[in-house]
Ligand binder design. Sequence first.
Ligand SMILES: Cc1ncc(COP(=O)(O)O)c(C=O)c1O
Length: 394
Amino acid sequence: MPMSDPKDSPHGLATRIISTATRRGQGRRPVNPPIERASTMLSDDPAQMNSSRDGPVYGLEGGSAAQQLRRVLSNMEGATDSFIVPSGLAAVTVPLTAVLRPGDEVVCTDAVYGPTRRFLTRHMADRGVTTRFHPADATAAQIIECLTPSTRIVIIEAPGSLTFEVVDMAAIGLACRERGIITVVDNTWGAGLAYRPLEHGLDISVQALTKYVGGHSDILMGSISVRHPALAQTVFETIDDNGWHVSPDDAWLALRGVRTLPVRYRSQFQSAMKVAAWLETRPEISRVLYPPLPSSPYHGLWRDQFDGGASLIGVVMKGGNRSDAHRLMSALSLFGMGYSWGGFESLITNDTSQLEWRVHQQALEGEILRLHIGLEDVDDLIADLDRGLSVWST
Ligand SMILES: Cc1ncc(COP(=O)(O)O)c(C=O)c1O
């Protein structure tokens, strides 16, 4: 499914998303593709049965909603091809499975999403692949120093999970290209809107579509967008060989979600900026971990690379312990206690396990909370947080 280069398009990203996500064709027809629930595809004659020219010959290849979603994602990310898989985690693990062989080494941020770390240290380690975790706050130069002749893949999370460090991704991409190393960027935070890794010379952009693209907290899905045709073929074969498939209903819901992605993402970013700036004024809080804030040590790297941002905020409290954090969370009425992000609803977590697993331990001055800012009225969210902070007693 080769795409034309989005840089050649006269249209902005939102226009490209809407026009690629609109069903084209002749005659009166629904604007949306149908939901095609099918394992079996019937053909008119034996010759057609063996030809993929008339569409998929078997349900595993995906129906029209899945194909259309892949086209939208390829257009957004500037990819040769984009693939969809059953979860965001699978979007990370599939390219690693496709490329890595015994003896290979992965270089990865210590701030990587916890289940990605588990895949590397359990599944991949058992298969002879080693991982070198660099400190979450390493600079691009320090990360490049970690590369060895055995390094096959560098995984970048843009920004890191929970503590939100940002690196100079183009510099890492350039160093990796010179050494024949493949770069995989977990681009869930940038959602293919605020950041498009392939345009900056990185090789693979993965997203948990579960988050902003789905947008309604009702599906699990991941995307893998690839720059080079040969690498895209390797990723395709891994998905094909393993028989991974996304249900037509879920593909349809993701296609519905992506049409409103730019407006939701922009609105949630604006609200998150307001909440983050307000949190910074609070005496109970030591630091707000949000790269778009001018006070963030990563603000410059964010400003130079991103056009907008996600609505996910880390908050380091001044001291406190887990029961203080739980009391604060229980005092909130608009923030649900739940583990995802990117959906319509505001959420809060106090999960430090991802920090505890890190190789390079970072001492924090207090409890850490993670807020996801949804589509509610932002002043109501701030009033709710004010209520929660009023029970903070340390
Ligand atoms: C940065 C990041 N990548 C990947 C994932 C995995 O997504 P999924 O829940 O769809 O497996 C998550 C989920 O929280 C995430 O935060």
